[in-house]
Design a protein around this ligand. Structure first.
Ligand SMILES: *[C@@H]1O[C@H](CO)[C@@H](O)[C@H](O)[C@H]1NC(C)=O
Ligand SMILES: *[C@@H]1O[C@H](CO)[C@@H](O)[C@H](O)[C@H]1NC(C)=O
Ligand SMILES: *[C@@H]1O[C@H](CO)[C@@H](O)[C@H](O)[C@H]1NC(C)=O
Length: 210
């Protein structure tokens, strides 16, 4: 009986979770919305969020793919290099296949979740992302190059939120010259008229062990 239930469990995991079978491993847009509201990224970063797509975050570390999904705990070493962003559920959303996207990543917990006086920190802003299969490849230089998470010693883990937008006409091409501190992603989104994100995801990163 036990053996039979274990077998059934393994079968269910294989069918629903195994990435090689092409099933989503990042959860649905509805799950992303619920999770971002639960950890208050909504409304801390955007007042509203009605995602239509799933945003995948995959870091490649020493030959291992680490998926960052709805609060995965990762280390500064894991996240030192820019991840690959993807839209794993694109098969279900053909209307988005030929679109151009903007990716924005911010830390709203700087210098710490209890003192957010330097928030948001701008960790990445870039446009010109186009789909190659399910992977988002950028075709233009970033406006704000990727900066890996580096919370100060003693701080609890920070929320690192990444949002995906449809790229508006006349999206800027000049890199930022302003400080990465005290950035405001929703006011930037308003300024460049890209509106609310179509997808979002987040990871948690604490300080590197000292
Ligand atoms: C990757 O490998 C190098 C060399 O072995 C090591 O120094 C580094 O800590 C590894 N990175 C992670 C995130 O494990
Ligand atoms: C909050 O952090 C800033 C540094 O960004 C510091 O100057 C300030 O004193 C801190 N405030 C409190 C209440 O700890
Ligand atoms: C960001 O800007 C919006 C206006 O676009 C404002 O409503 C919001 O309070 C700002 N957020 C922060 C954290 O300052």
């Amino acid at each position: 009986m036990l053996q039979a239930s274990l077998y059934l469990y393994a079968l269910i995991c294989t069918i629903f979770v195994h990435p090689a079978l092409g099933f989503p491993v990042f959860g649905t847009p509805a799950q992303a919305k619920a999770a971002l509201i639960r950890v208050k990224l909504i409304p801390d970063v955007f007042p509203k969020f009605d995602p239509r797509l799933t945003l995948g975050i995959t870091y490649h570390v020493n030959g291992t793919a680490l998926k960052g999904n709805l609060g995965t705990n990762l280390t500064p070493a894991d996240t030192a290099n820019r991840p690959v962003w993807s839209i794993p559920d694109i098969d279900f959303k053909r209307e988005f296949e030929r679109k151009t996207f903007v990716v924005g990543m911010v830390d709203p917990d700087a210098p710490s979740p209890t003192n957010r006086s330097a928030s948001q920190v701008r960790h990445f802003i870039g446009g010109g992302f186009k789909l190659e299969g399910t992977v988002l490849r950028n075709t233009t230089p970033a406006l704000s190059d990727y900066l890996g998470p580096g919370p100060l010693p003693g701080s609890p883990p920070h929320r690192y939120a990444t949002f995906l937008f449809l790229q508006p006409k006349d999206f800027p091409t000049t890199p930022f010259t302003t400080s990465i501190l005290n950035f405001n992603l929703s006011s930037f989104a308003e300024q460049v008229k890209m509106g609310l994100p179509v997808a979002g995801n987040f990871i948690m990163v604490g300080p590197a062990p000292s």
